[in-house]
Design a protein around this ligand. Structure first.
Ligand code: SF4
Ligand code: SF4
Length: 238
């Protein structure tokens, strides 16, 4: 990793991003379907940035109070603000940026990118990327293209779930998660009743990974409310 890459990473860290992964665009392209592939770009590498645990939320709350930052989607809008600031400052080194929460002409497959950059492994039960340190309490926020080499963690390869006692399979009140399936419809219908799961998912909370990084109830409530809004919009339009 070059000094410049270290500097960019440390500035992104100060903005609240504490998860980084990088791989060659060629390796990512070989890993995803055609529609997610990155074509005709002059860069060699792709860098994934994200957050793990409570760190991002704490930085965001500080930024909100110091700058009177008002937004209906503070997490997303702050992410764009942070990355655009860094891109502007290091425009010679950072190329195209992509966001996991935006509909863009080129869609990056962030889950596959997280696997390719070794940020985590895919849980067949939670249907999420889990990080060995932060468990499911991670957020894959954005990616950018560059010719610089950024950190690559080669330590995460195995699917941890295989050897785990799987407490996650016995805690969902409506058994939406079981060994064979994640019944998204059952989960969504239960959540829409808004009696339970309003600031955390019992299944995620029971996962043995990342226990010490569980979101605060304020953050959990905010994130849960955002995902519930998406579920409601989906049901309203179908
Ligand atoms: S959010 Fe609630 S209903 Fe959905 S999987 Fe988690 S515990 Fe089950
Ligand atoms: S509790 Fe174990 S099996 Fe369940 S998602 Fe977490 S690591 Fe995987």
């Amino acid at each position: 990793m070059t000094k410049l890459a270290e500097l960019i990473e440390s500035e992104l860290y100060d903005f609240g991003f504490n998860l980084f992964g990088s791989c060659k665009i060629e390796d990512y392209n070989n890993f995803v379907d055609n529609k997610y592939q990155i074509k005709n770009y002059k860069y060699k590498n792709i860098v994934l940035i994200g957050s793990g645990g409570r760190y991002f939320w704490d930085i965001l709350q500080k930024y909100i109070s110091e700058n009177n930052f008002i937004s209906p989607d503070p997490i997303d809008d702050y992410t764009v603000y942070a990355l655009e600031s860094i891109q502007k400052k290091y425009s010679k080194f950072i190329g195209n940026c992509f966001y996991s929460f935006k509909n863009e002409s080129l869609s990056i497959n962030f889950q596959k990118l997280a696997l390719c950059t070794n940020i985590g492994f895919f849980s067949p039960y939670l249907k999420l990327i889990l990080n060995l340190e932060y468990g499911s309490y991670i957020s894959l926020r954005a990616a950018f293209l560059t010719n610089y080499s950024f950190k690559r963690d080669d330590g995460i390869k195995k699917i941890f779930c295989e050897t785990c006692d799987k407490p996650c399979l016995n805690v969902c009140p409506v058994q939406a998660v079981n060994i064979n399936n994640f019944d998204l419809k059952k989960c969504a219908e239960y959540r829409l009743e808004e009696k339970d799961c309003s600031n955390f998912c019992h299944v995620r909370r029971s996962c043995i990974l990342g226990q010490e990084h569980i979101y605060s109830s304020q953050e959990g409530f905010h994130r849960s409310k955002s995902s519930l809004k998406i579920i409601k919009e989906y049901y309203d339009n179908t």
